[in-house]
Design a protein around this ligand. Sequence first.
Ligand code: SF4
Length: 281
Amino acid sequence: MEREIKTDIITATIKKMCTDAACFIPDEVQNALKESIKKEESPVGKEVLEQLAKNNELARAKNVPICQDTGTAVVFIELGQDVCLKGGYLYDAINEGVRQGYTEGYLRKSITADPLNRNNTGDNTPAVIHTELVPGDKLKITFMAKGGGSENMGKLVMLPPSAGIAGVKKFVIETIKTAGSNPCPPVVVGIGIGSTFDGVAVLAKRALMRPLGTPSKEPYYAQLEKELLTDINNTGIGPSGLGGRITALAVHIEAASCHITALPVAVNLNCHAARYKTITL
Ligand code: SF4
């Protein structure tokens, strides 16, 4: 049976997600930061982690943004095929929510209308929206305020299939080493493996949308996540790139089938300000 959802509810939901994501770090991110303080061996690294955790607590208590860069609004939609949207076009409703959230919430507007002319749109729109049609009568919205510094350090490669798991690991570690302090570590590492050139980047982004520290459902990839986290934390980059053990809080992998000639790999990094939120309507 069809279920009706009014698009003004979507706008109001997105608006609140923008301001909540900016100011309230998810509990699992804060817990991971606090846990990492115990594991960090470098005194400077420990101090950085303590300051980051305190910053998150202050942001929550005072209802102010965690970071001056309040990010690109990235929205993943899972739209149940039995949902009937009423009141307007879905993407207009999402962008109106972003507009209201960033303007009325006094969040930094960071989006240029054109990549070369660099004119700011003034309201942080348009959002980057990915929509998937799924069975059912629900609408699931996952919102991420994606920091620019960490986004800039992402990389994609089309490896030959013969590169195998060793090639994937080498590429991920090289990406982390090249990124150094730029993505504001400790980072969360989203890895896409498989699909196509365009699809693998979305897989990597989707990996970052998973609640921090939730392992892959596939044991093979859950094991690879563990191994990569150890290797990344052995690079010595450390919190804020000042040296130490805690370079990453988590590694998430999303994999998909691909062509027999290809082994696409994408790495999308999130900074310690891993700001995301999921709501189902
Ligand atoms: S990368 Fe993240 S922590 Fe660094 S400035 Fe941007 S939003 Fe802030």
